[in-house]
Design a protein around this ligand. Structure first.
Ligand code: HEC
Ligand code: HEC
Ligand code: HEC
Ligand code: HEC
Ligand code: HEC
Length: 400
């Protein structure tokens, strides 16, 4: 990594610093302030409401763009700040200042302006209070303005003159590059902290590159009035559907399924001398990147369970699709069997019955946001949804 080394003589005067508990502390020393260098170390500079508007808030946009607002509200983007796991992790001392830059990307959403790093140490940012900090806007996470406002102007796909707000056309900004600016970050930040979101790179290396991009799959095209009373025009669904694992019971995100799951048939009866054999074909048919992608905590569990009629479990076999990481003493990826775009895999299950009886075979595929262990560790509570079931089949097999 390139390091620009700047040596400045700085006098830091903390007058009402938060962490000095009222003490007035004066520090005058020679410190080396490194400038920020990686894209994710920066917030989008403070913005003013575009001419014609009085606020940057999604709520205000929603007064006119009612459908966009309703859809966005249900998206995980709208929960990127309030998410319980994010908040739990942010509070940890090991979380550096830049954790918030993709979750609340506008400077207006951040309490402090970061001007550099003392000795290049990410845990020693040089901060000043942001006079334009807006707490309500922070709550909106990846709000409309995070994607649509730059240079105090609304960025749109046409630069229409029908809007009551200052608008410019910038299709390069509103392209997949915007998505990739947050959905692709690969860096080992400290020996025990790594960023590993490779959705952009996975897409670029895959078969959909040049054919379908992030928007084609995650922002479906439609024709509608974008403000009630206006002529219908080209528009895009703003619910940003993805894994479909909801944040809470009340927040139904829209599911996209990447996997095509094809089960083999099971005979209704089988001789005791034969094993029950079952194959599940799992293919990443619909995702433009690997499945799962992004957050390395995501995984799928495929389970094959055999029960007798009393309900006793006679056999369980599970398979996992996902990554395994080790965080101590050094962060490293231990294994990874995510499915590449287009890749198919066959999972084989076999059970040899010991008795002549009626058996129940249950096959399930679940999509998990994070493990129970990590959820407990972060004290997320029992209401936080951890997974959804995307395939669930029951078979009765008589052993003769
Ligand atoms: C480069 C942008 C970026 C930075 C910097 C970043 N994140 Fe994220 N974060 C993301 C994206 C994108 C996702 C969603 C990934 C997905 O679902 O595939 C995410 C998801 C998460 C989630 C999972 C939420 C859920 O719904 O399961 C947590 C927790 C989280 N980030 C915490 C952090 C912490 C802590 C830091 C600082 C160490 C951090 N993030 C820094 C982009 C970023
Ligand atoms: C007072 C009503 C009103 C408010 C508030 C409002 N808009 Fe608009 N907006 C409009 C109208 C009207 C249009 C043009 C309608 C058309 O083209 O059919 C428009 C157009 C747009 C476009 C498309 C521009 C293009 O290039 O085609 C975008 C993007 C947009 N608004 C975003 C926002 C965002 C983000 C906010 C909040 C920060 C917001 N608007 C607030 C009324 C509003
Ligand atoms: C400012 C950073 C940022 C930008 C820009 C951004 N995202 Fe995200 N995105 C995130 C974060 C952070 C999350 C995770 C939020 C959470 O889970 O709390 C996320 C979540 C998602 C999810 C939902 C994942 C799931 O399964 O729940 C999808 C899909 C998604 N983004 C697609 C897109 C697309 C498409 C674009 C471009 C139009 C885009 N994102 C632009 C940061 C960003
Ligand atoms: C060909 C369609 C397609 C393209 C192109 C595509 N995606 Fe996806 N994406 C999907 C599908 C389908 C899923 C759901 C996968 C699943 O969970 O089964 C998904 C899931 C996701 C998720 C949720 C990941 C998780 O496990 O939580 C994120 C985030 C995401 N996509 C971001 C992006 C970004 C960013 C791009 C562009 C670089 C992109 N996608 C391009 C179809 C696509
Ligand atoms: C994660 C980024 C992102 C967020 C958040 C976001 N948008 Fe968009 N929006 C886009 C992109 C990208 C397009 C352009 C799609 C195209 O034309 O290629 C767009 C297009 C639009 C348009 C033009 C018509 C259309 O539907 O294509 C309007 C209006 C709009 N957005 C309003 C909003 C409002 C209001 C919010 C908040 C409630 C919002 N957007 C949140 C990325 C975002």
């Amino acid at each position: 990594m390139r390091t620009i080394f700047l040596s400045i003589f700085v006098i830091l005067v903390f007058t009402s610093c938060d962490n000095t508990q009222g003490k007035v502390e004066k520090v005058a020393e020679k410190v080396n302030i490194h400038p920020l260098e990686n894209s994710w170390e920066f917030a989008v500079p403070n913005q003013m409401p575009p001419e014609g508007l009085t606020s940057l808030s999604a709520e205000q946009c929603g007064a006119c763009h009612q459908d966009h607002y309703k859809e966005w509200k249900m998206s995980t983007h709208a929960h990127a700040w309030t998410d319980l796991q994010f908040q739990a992790e942010l509070k940890k001392e090991s979380s550096p200042f830049m954790c918030i830059n993709c979750h609340v990307p506008l400077q207006n959403q951040q309490e402090y302006i970061i001007e550099g790093l003392i000795d290049g140490d990410i845990y020693q940012p040089v901060k000043t209070k942001n006079p334009k900090f807006d707490k309500a806007l922070q709550h909106e996470g990846i709000t409309c303005a995070a994607c649509h406002v730059r240079n105090n102007t609304i960025i749109g796909p046409t630069g229409t003159d029908k809007a009551p707000h200052k608008t410019v056309k910038d299709t390069a900004h509103l392209s997949e590059n915007l998505c990739i600016s947050c959905h692709n970050a690969v860096a080992v930040i400290t020996p025990t902290l790594a960023c590993s979101f490779e959705t952009g790179d996975e897409w670029k290396a895959g078969p959909f590159y040049g054919k379908k991009n992030c928007k084609s799959c995650h922002m479906e095209e439609m024709h509608r009035a974008i403000v009630p009373g206006y002529e219908p025009r080209l528009s895009h669904f703003h619910g940003f559907p993805g894994s479909g694992i909801p944040k809470f019971d009340t927040v139904e995100t829209n599911v996209l399924n990447g996997l095509e799951i094809s089960p083999s048939v099971l005979p209704k009866s089988i001789k005791i001398s034969n094993a029950i054999n079952y194959k599940l074909k799992v293919k990443n048919e619909h995702a433009g990147h690997r499945v799962p992608t992004g957050d390395p905590e995501r995984f799928f569990i495929i389970s094959f369970t055999v029960l007798n009629m009393k309900g006793d479990t006679l056999n369980v076999k599970t398979e996992r699709i996902g990554e395994h990481w080790e965080w101590h003493p050094l962060v490293k990826k231990v294994s990874d069997n995510n499915l590449m775009p287009g890749e198919e895999r066959i999972y084989d299950f076999s059970y040899k019955a010991e008795k002549k009886e009626l058996l129940k075979v249950i096959v399930k595929v679940e999509k998990h946001r994070l493990s129970q262990k990590n959820a407990d560790y972060n004290k997320l509570g029992s209401a936080y949804p951890l997974f959804i079931t995307i395939f669930d089949k029951e078979y009765l097999v008589r052993v003769l």
